[in-house]
Write a protein that binds this ligand. Structure first.
Ligand SMILES: *[C@@H]1O[C@H](CO)[C@@H](O)[C@H](O)[C@H]1NC(C)=O
Ligand SMILES: *[C@@H]1O[C@H](CO)[C@@H](O)[C@H](O)[C@H]1NC(C)=O
Ligand SMILES: *[C@@H]1O[C@H](CO)[C@@H](O)[C@H](O)[C@H]1NC(C)=O
Ligand SMILES: *[C@@H]1O[C@H](CO)[C@@H](O)[C@H](O)[C@H]1NC(C)=O
Ligand SMILES: *[C@@H]1O[C@H](CO)[C@@H](O)[C@H](O)[C@H]1NC(C)=O
Ligand SMILES: *[C@@H]1O[C@H](CO)[C@@H](O)[C@H](O)[C@H]1NC(C)=O
Ligand SMILES: *[C@@H]1O[C@H](CO)[C@@H](O)[C@H](O)[C@H]1NC(C)=O
Ligand SMILES: *[C@@H]1O[C@H](CO)[C@@H](O)[C@H](O)[C@H]1NC(C)=O
Ligand SMILES: *[C@@H]1O[C@H](CO)[C@@H](O)[C@H](O)[C@H]1NC(C)=O
Ligand SMILES: *[C@@H]1O[C@H](CO)[C@@H](O)[C@H](O)[C@H]1NC(C)=O
Ligand SMILES: *[C@@H]1O[C@H](CO)[C@@H](O)[C@H](O)[C@H]1NC(C)=O
Length: 815
């Protein structure tokens, strides 16, 4: 179905803005690449070569950890250039993927070349790392230059040896076993003297308990060229007990290590000699199916070894993606321009398009991986893709639905093709709910079967998997109690990691809201709407009205099965927690919240914020409580549960306070340096958050509402390729002096009115998604008057919707 669609899309001949734009020149790939060691910001950003949603992500790997994406901007030594990486994720601090690295060597004799991981380490010459979308380069201190460019599953890596090496022999190591984690479980290599090396190996995933098997194919000499290797052979550890003692076997052409359930420490690979050639290019392909398919991918995607062609094609794909948000790069603030395009770039690096590479089931639907994790990405990444990237997003949503079709549950944290760990709720649910409300009426055209999408939501909301730590939810508990009891043994025998009860309950409630919204949008039985409306309000069950902390009363807490609350200090797991607590997934988490505090999660009901305001005692108390949350240091800029909070003043009728808070949060936590993001990029979650802040928008999950704020740009145009629309957002009276952490008194920061295609809106607090993608012009008028008396505007729907207050009552206004 989706294949037929792509054909049709190609025939539509949509405008190609790529010729006119050079937006890739505003992307800084090194933002967020600072070391996370010793409390550094550690964005774990991947700065290598990749096309949008690429499977191949080619980049260099450093020898020091943490290095989740392989790369760190520091003076660490390099272990090689490898073919796939994660982007911005947490997980194993040694990193994910980093498979089948190459390493160039010069001035060694074949059998004594330093092929092993520790022997070959070398530093980069200072200041030589450089990258633009689709291209990466660096130069080692021995003057060997590395470059890479790539397609979806293939690419080219070029080594340029220094002129002095003409008197030496130049070599390339092809490493079979050393992934970033050194987690080799077995695999094989075969090489042909004509310069083809085929590899396969099984390695550990970066977030989860499973292994994955991956393949690659390298060609070192073009078929048309008569040149061949001047020498070749394999290398291998002489024994597993002395893995760093390595023998080189000239002329050997194959290695094979049977699968072992324990990690095999062996180092092994191929060594190729290119005589005195000073330029060596490797073409590679990757696959999750077979080494033959990896070779076929390389032949199909890089048939002519056309370096400039591959690089230019990658650049054009990025221009297309970036040009979906157009700003005047000459007149807008240069820092904001760089932050915006660097963020839009990272948002489209993942999820990875593995279509045609699914090793587990055959399916006519797309297959996407690196959903790492939906907990991170549902809040900002998917809503941003819904605005700019309808075709890609439909494919991603289809892949979530296909995960349900083949496993019974919506995937949550698929990484390295395997299920990772579930952090909170099943947070693919709000993603599917979001699609239903936004593109439900276009779904057939987009190839997304909405009956299946809805069934995926209902099954995930109703059924309990045997292990809800990998996928799905603990619905046995949720349905029995309306919360997740602590210290409770599930009589059904279903298991998971029995922690994070309070934060999971908040996320389950939002997940049920997603089903409710999908039911409404897709015209499912009204009883379903009622049922899931009801259960989406169950977050109130975690509310203990009797706890007072810092002078504020009422906090989210865990409960026992008998209904009694289990106390944990509301500031536990906040950044200023006076007592060390484990705030992760493990059994040592005894506070009930995951990577968040009660102080923070008590604000979390984006679908019914009016309920939260009531529980907290009304607008005034709510506002002082949000203020206190920031001033006391409970806000954790670098992690997802905090994303929405600078905006929540909107719900208390004070968008002026949100405007001030967002300027403060952005300028305090984001910049264009290597430490320019406050935490892990998390598969683009942080990037999408910043993009929304800058555009003056914030998405309400599984809804067509966006909170509207004070943009950091005087104008921007959103292009939606499915709808063939351009929507221009213009800020009247835009004031550049507000582009600071604390806008000066009298600066024109505050939204006064919102006009959509000539019609004045009754609210300055929210706008419809359809207004942002529907074409035409949105005018946001700003001024120096905070308009505190006016708040969001006149009338009952001036404030953003809340379910409890009768919001979200109509069928979402789809395009
Ligand atoms: C884009 O801009 C960069 C930096 O100014 C420049 O080096 C490059 O040549 C430009 N590319 C195109 C295609 O205009
Ligand atoms: C690498 O950088 C660190 C921190 O800047 C410095 O202390 C160290 O001396 C440097 N090491 C080398 C080998 O340059
Ligand atoms: C090559 O290696 C030899 C012996 O290790 C060394 O003396 C020589 O300086 C090296 N030449 C270059 C160009 O690095
Ligand atoms: C190569 O070696 C020869 C003889 O030692 C020397 O004359 C020549 O300069 C060297 N060439 C390079 C590029 O280093
Ligand atoms: C490189 O090797 C070739 C073949 O062995 C030889 O003809 C050529 O002179 C060498 N070039 C240099 C610069 O040493
Ligand atoms: C790892 O891979 C092997 C072979 O493919 C498989 O039998 C095993 O179940 C996988 N998982 C773990 C945790 O070893
Ligand atoms: C290559 O070397 C490995 C390891 O020494 C050995 O097991 C294998 O049999 C050799 N293969 C061939 C084709 O000689
Ligand atoms: C994903 O890969 C498939 C198969 O090659 C292709 O048809 C589709 O256009 C790709 N999607 C994106 C967003 O690159
Ligand atoms: C709503 O859920 C509660 C339990 O959480 C239940 O008692 C009540 O009957 C439900 N109401 C409807 C209308 O389904
Ligand atoms: C809160 O305190 C009041 C008054 O002591 C008591 O009646 C009520 O049961 C308490 N509620 C909870 C949830 O502990
Ligand atoms: C509820 O269960 C908890 C944990 O077992 C226990 O400490 C508490 O006393 C119980 N409360 C009541 C009212 O039985």
């Amino acid at each position: 179905m989706w294949k037929a669609f792509f054909l049709a899309y190609g025939l539509l001949g949509l405008p190609a803005p790529t010729a006119a734009t050079n937006l890739t020149s505003f992307v800084n790939l090194f933002i967020g690449t600072a070391s996370g060691a010793n409390g550094g910001s550690g964005g774990n950003v991947f700065p290598g070569a990749a096309i949008p949603h690429a499977m191949a992500k080619v980049g260099i790997d450093v020898s020091t950890a943490p290095r989740q994406a392989g790369y760190i901007s520091d003076n660490s030594t390099i272990t090689g250039i490898s073919l796939m990486h994660d982007e911005g994720t947490g997980g194993n601090t040694n990193g994910g993927y980093g498979i089948f690295p190459l390493f160039p060597l010069t001035n060694c004799s074949f059998t004594s070349c330093p092929v092993g991981l520790n022997a070959r380490l070398i530093q980069r010459a200072a200041g030589t790392d450089a990258a633009t979308p689709g291209y990466f380069t660096t130069t080692f201190v021995n003057k060997i230059k590395l470059e890479a460019t790539s397609t979806r599953r293939a690419g080219l890596i070029r080594f340029t040896f220094p002129p002095s090496s003409k008197n030496s022999t130049n070599h390339v190591v092809v490493d079979l076993t050393n992934d970033l984690q050194r987690s080799f479980h077995g695999g094989s290599l075969s090489l042909s003297p004509t310069g083809r090396v085929m590899l396969g190996g099984t390695f550990f995933q970066s977030y989860g308990p499973d292994n994955y098997t991956v393949f690659a194919c390298y060609d070192f000499t073009r078929p048309s060229s008569l040149s061949s290797l001047s020498a070749f052979g394999t290398f291998q550890s002489t024994s597993t007990s002395a893995p760093n003692t390595i023998a080189i076997t000239p002329s050997n052409t194959s290695l094979n290590y049977p699968f072992t359930s324990n990690t095999n420490p062996t180092q092994a690979g191929a060594l190729l000699s290119f005589g005195n050639a000073t330029s060596v290019t490797a073409r590679f392909g990757v696959s999750f199916i077979s080494a033959d398919q990896a070779c076929a991918n390389a032949e199909e995607e890089v048939p002519d070894w056309d370096w400039e062609g591959v690089r230019e094609s990658s650049r054009e794909q990025w221009e297309d993606v970036l040009s979906r948000v157009m700003v005047n790069t000459d007149t807008e603030d240069p820092t904001i321009v760089q932050l915006l395009y660097s963020s839009l770039y990272r948002v489209s690096l993942v999820p990875a398009n593995l279509t045609g590479e699914n090793p587990y089931w055959s399916s006519p639907y797309p297959f996407y991986d690196a959903l790492f994790c939906s907990w991170d990405t549902f809040r900002t990444v998917h809503p941003l893709l819904s605005i700019t990237s309808p075709h890609e997003w439909s494919d991603i949503v289809n892949s979530y639905v296909d995960g349900w079709r083949n496993t019974g549950y919506i995937p949550e944290c698929r990484s390295n093709t395997k299920a990772g760990y579930v952090q909170g709720g099943s947070d693919g649910m709000p993603i599917l709910g979001d699609f239903a409300v936004k593109y439900g009426s276009q779904a057939a055209k987009l190839g997304v079967p909405t009956d299946d999408l809805y069934k995926a939501l209902v099954d995930t909301a109703e059924n309990t998997p045997p292990d809800w730590y990998r996928v799905g939810r603990q619905n046995t508990a949720w349905k029995t109690f309306g919360y997740i009891p602590t210290d409770w043994t599930d009589p059904s025998g279903s298991t998971g990691l029995p922690t994070r009860e309070a934060s999971r309950a908040y996320e389950y409630a939002l997940g049920d809201f997603a089903v409710r919204q999908a039911a409404l949008a897709l015209k499912k039985p009204p009883a379903d709407v009622t049922k899931y409306s009801n259960s989406s309000m169950n977050f109130v069950n975690m509310w203990n009205p009797n706890i007072t902390h810092d002078g504020f009363t009422g906090f989210a807490q865990r409960r026992y099965a008998n209904g009694t609350f289990a106390f944990s200090p509301p500031d536990a797991c906040s950044p200023v927690d006076p007592t060390p607590h484990s705030c992760a997934r493990g059994t040592d988490n005894n506070v009930g919240f995951y990577e968040s505090s009660s102080w923070e999660m008590s604000f979390f009901a984006p679908h019914s914020m009016s309920t939260i305001i009531k529980l907290m005692g009304g607008d005034a108390t709510f506002i002082s409580r949000v203020d206190h949350y920031f001033s006391k240091g409970y806000f954790q800029a670098g992690n997802e549960p905090s994303f929405e909070i600078p905006w929540v003043y909107h719900y208390a009728n004070r968008p002026d306070l949100s405007a001030l808070r967002i300027r403060d949060v952005v300028y305090k936590n984001f910049n264009t340096g290597i430490g320019g993001i406050p935490g892990n990029d998390d598969s683009g979650a942080m990037a999408a958050l910043l993009a929304f802040h800058l555009l003056g928008l914030y998405p309400v999950p599984s809804s067509t509402q966006l909170l509207i704020g004070s943009p950091f740009l005087s104008a921007y145009t959103i292009r939606n390729p499915l709808l063939s629309t351009s929507t221009k957002v213009t800020v009247h009276n835009f004031d550049k002096t507000t582009l600071v952490r604390t806008p000066p008194a009298g600066s024109r920061l505050y939204v006064q009115s919102v006009t959509v295609n000539g019609v004045l809106r009754g609210s300055v607090c929210w706008i419809e998604w359809g207004d942002i993608v529907g074409g035409g012009e949105v005018i946001i008028e700003v001024g120096a008057d905070p308009a505190t008396a006016k708040g969001c505007g006149e009338g009952p729907s001036a404030r953003p919707d809340s379910l409890e207050a009768g919001g979200f009552s109509s069928v979402p206004s789809m395009i």
